[in-house]
Design a protein around this ligand. Sequence first.
Ligand code: NFE
Ligand code: MG
Length: 567
Amino acid sequence: MSNNRKIVIDPITRIEGHLRIEVEIDEENIIREAWASGQLFRGIETILKGRDPRDVGLIAQRICGVCTNVHYRASISAVEDAYGITIPKNAEIIRNLVTLSLFVQDHIVHYYHLHSLDFVDITSALNADCVKASAEAKEWCDHPYRNSPEHLQSVQEKLGSFVKAGRLGLFANGYWGHSAYKLTPEQNLVHMNHYLEALTLQRDLSKAVAIFSGKTPHPQNLVVGGVTSVADMLNPQRLNDFLFIIKEVREFIERAYIPDMMMIVDGYRESIDAGEGRASGNFMGCGGYRFGEGHALFESGVVRGHDFENIEPFDESKITEEASRSWYENDAPLSPYEGETTPFYTDLNDDGTLKSEGKYTWVKAPRYDGAVMEVGPLARMCIGVAKKSPIILPYMERFMTKTGMELIDFSTTVGRNAARAVEAQICCDYLFDMMSDLIENIKYYDETTWTKYVFEELPQEARGRGLFEVPRGVLGHFVRIEDAKVANYQAVVPTTWNASPKDTKNSRGAYEESLIGLKLSDPSAPLEVLRVIHSFDPCLACAVHVMDVRGMELSQYKIGGGCPSGL
Ligand code: NFE
Ligand code: MG
């Protein structure tokens, strides 16, 4: 008889939304099976049915307040695609400036505020020698960000005052002192310094985004056909204000985020070498973000089983979603244009655990050509390197040379974070090129921001999609229009890909697969599980976005604490 036992972690904290992880461990505390379950039931796709297609963007953006803007954009783009409307160049550039600023903000917030404390022991930072810590930072960067011993001392005092007052606040309930923490006190202090600095920068990035699109998290500047940011685009002061913030953020990425990531790679080399957190090695990217003379920031492609030599072209018609293990009717894999979201809740076992052989999550299972895919910064960086992208390759090579990492090493918990940091740097740097495109376009060519159309003259029946790389991976919105109203609407979202459950073939989703084989040093404090899951940057609000069409109450949820999405 097997002596395996189950551990339930619910909720996983420091993410967006309500995620439960169950793992089965053997006598040596090694994970043998895993289940990822989205626990919150929401409602957007169904709300969109019957609406005027011009209105859906404003509603769809409410899917999430973390990857702000991307559902808005994907939704508006899906309708434009359906109607065959091409937006002006200025509108595309402004949309890119906003989306990519949010990539950078998202990555910085995710790493420092949601994830770094899985690697950084704040209590150890209190014991650091500030002079030595300042010297330590210089090991990783010639000009570390805000790094004088005096400044580090002030950081240490600030952290110490939280602890002394017994007000750890957002630092409460960590697994402080856990044997899986590997950094020195000085390295921990360097990190905590940047944790606090990153709070300021994420605020500043919201200001940059507001220049073109209004208040985060729910921007207001997109309409079917273009953007409304006309006065901002034509005001040199506004453009300058935007660049000023991006320049400061670039400094932070170069002098804090990237060096900190190198420190983590070094400190957690054993975890990388052991392949901890590696999923199936199937990666998918749809590419995008055009700029300059025919460049694109990201490449599209599909990698299977870490075979980086034989990259396949990405074909969106191979995307399906199924619900054989999810709480919906109709288990069959469906094209998103025909997708269904009729709830069919089958509850938990009597002992409160998931029905591991049945349906166990509100997250559906998207598949590409029937296969599980991992999406996100890791997928984008791997595809970029595999396709020798002139944009991505130099940044990745620089990081690999400095750390001694191979491409396969990125397909781990630590590597997923490294890929995200490199991607933040790329997005930030290329924002300057995109701004140059905008200025040049205005100066020499045109000031158009909207493609004119007469709604009544558009086809009554049409279908289209908006397909974008967004911070956590590939996002698709698919709309079918009949009688000039939305007949069906489906969002297939990055976290739906990565947090997907098993399917009819019993293939695990990426979160689940990445946990298999992981050894826990202390099952009562499963820090290693948190690390793996956090490395994907989960967003369950995005992943689950459906409702009971009859408006019936299916379950009651009592939720403590704030939700970063504000939903
Ligand atoms: Ni709610 Fe999102 C991103 C989207 S994730 S954060 O990035 O779309 O699934
Ligand atoms: Mg969906």
